[in-house]
Design a protein around this ligand. Structure first.
Ligand SMILES: Cc1cc2nc3c(=O)[nH]c(=O)nc-3n(C[C@H](O)[C@H](O)[C@H](O)COP(=O)(O)OP(=O)(O)OC[C@H]3O[C@@H](n4cnc5c(N)ncnc54)[C@H](O)[C@@H]3O)c2cc1C
Length: 353
């Protein structure tokens, strides 16, 4: 009997629904680690549909010394936790519910943002993978900035409480700084069962402003104070103009600029989302707004690029292209003091700053 069959039997005896699976390889082309590892590892997936299923699985993994890997929508850039041994994958998509009390929502961690062409709830910040099955729990554990970060900052800022199963199998609720132990922790600090957040009122008025170069576009974008979302896109991203485009999503109707609804409808391509269409690499950087024009100019001369502004006076600049060109941009960025968002750092929470 194989390792996986043995574990499946044992988990089945504890009333859990299991399945032998191969490593989820979504987006693995972005990771230097996943592909070679995937061939050697056996994984058993538990489909959790209750808190009890999660606790049972965690207890089983403690008793049998087997690593456990939480799985939401599987849309993380590097596949999230990378198994290096035979492991149990706990699929949380069955932990799915939305309880509303006014604007306050309690949401099961496996609940997707979006289904059948509409949002299931209105998050303040959401990832560009929102329409591909990304879940709210997976976004706390694997996200950083997203659509809405101009107004609301980092992904984890929107959570007012979380309920988790700790690595020792206890159920805990946190509504203080301990939420941060689960922010971009990739499932290493426990399994999130439920999150609590305040729903946003959806009032999106996207307007487009065009500029002759990266400096003018950055200067304009850096002076915006009151908006929900701000993106800067180079001429190569907008076929109908030959200009740098700033997309500003206001929360009140305004007459300046031109209608940006068509571009806003394609926001799944922002924040690095375009790499899936191009099947290429990207590297994220955090750039202070005073260096943004220079950074965008350097990047656009070598690669595809985009910037999304964040509320802390930085911008997330995604540089998209082949490894060689990205590395050229990265070296030039070092000279102007730009910080790398290192997707492959093995330090837990190293991406929180
Ligand atoms: C092209 C592309 C663009 C992206 N754009 C963005 C973006 O704009 N903003 C952004 O924030 N992210 C972005 N991401 C990253 C990712 O898609 C999102 O963070 C997404 O929300 C992850 O959710 P998921 O349900 O797919 O998580 P998964 O991929 O299933 O999981 C992510 C990590 O969290 C762990 N995990 C999942 N669920 C739980 C849970 N309930 N408890 C504990 N650990 C858990 C997993 O083990 C894994 O390590 C992007 C990724 C790609 C490939």
């Amino acid at each position: 009997m194989s390792w996986a069959e043995n574990i499946e039997n044992k988990l089945g005896n504890r009333g859990l629904t299991t399945q032998k699976v191969s490593l989820p390889l979504d987006c693995s082309f972005l990771s230097p680690y996943l592909l070679p590892l995937g061939k050697r590892i056996e994984l058993v997936k538990v489909s959790a549909i209750s808190v009890n299923d999660i606790v049972e699985t965690v207890n089983f993994s403690i008793e049998n010394h087997i690593p456990i890997i939480p799985l939401g929508g599987g849309k993380n850039n590097i596949g999230g936790l990378t198994p290096t041994k035979n492991s149990i994958v706990i699929d949380l998509k069955g932990i799915r519910y939305i309880h509303k009390e006014g604007r306050s929502l309690r949401i099961g961690s496996g609940t997707p943002f979006y289904e059948n062409r509409s949002f299931l709830f209105w998050p303040k910040v959401y990832p560009s993978t929102y329409s591909e099955g990304a879940t709210i729990g997976g976004n706390l554990e694997g996200g950083s900035t997203g659509i809405g970060s101009f107004k609301y900052g980092r992904t984890w800022n929107q959570f007012t409480a979380i309920k988790v199963v700790t690595p020792t199998g206890k159920i805990e609720t946190y509504s203080d700084d301990r939420i941060m132990s689960f922010a971009h922790a990739l499932g290493t600090t426990g399994v999130v069962i439920e999150v609590k957040l305040e729903e946003r009122e959806e009032n999106d008025y996207p307007r487009i402003f065009t500029f002759k170069d990266a400096y003018e576009a950055s200067d304009f974008a850096s002076k915006i104070n009151d908006a929900y979302h701000v993106s800067i896109l180079p001429p190569s991203r907008i076929f109908e103009t030959n200009t740098w485009t700033v997309l500003v999503v206001f929360e009140d109707e305004i007459s300046e600029g031109i209608d940006g609804r068509r571009l806003w409808e394609k926001r799944r391509l922002f924040h690095g989302g375009i790499v899936e269409e191009l099947n290429t690499f990207y590297q994220g950087f955090y750039v202070n707004k005073d260096m943004l024009g220079e950074a965008l100019k350097i990047a656009s001369e070598n690669c595809e690029v985009e910037a999304e502004l964040i509320n802390d006076r930085t911008a997330r600049v995604n540089v998209i292209g082949n490894r060689e060109n990205i590395s050229k941009v990265s070296t030039s960025f070092e000279n102007i003091g730009v910080r790398v968002f290192n997707l492959h750092s093995i330090k837990i929470n190293s991406r929180l700053e």
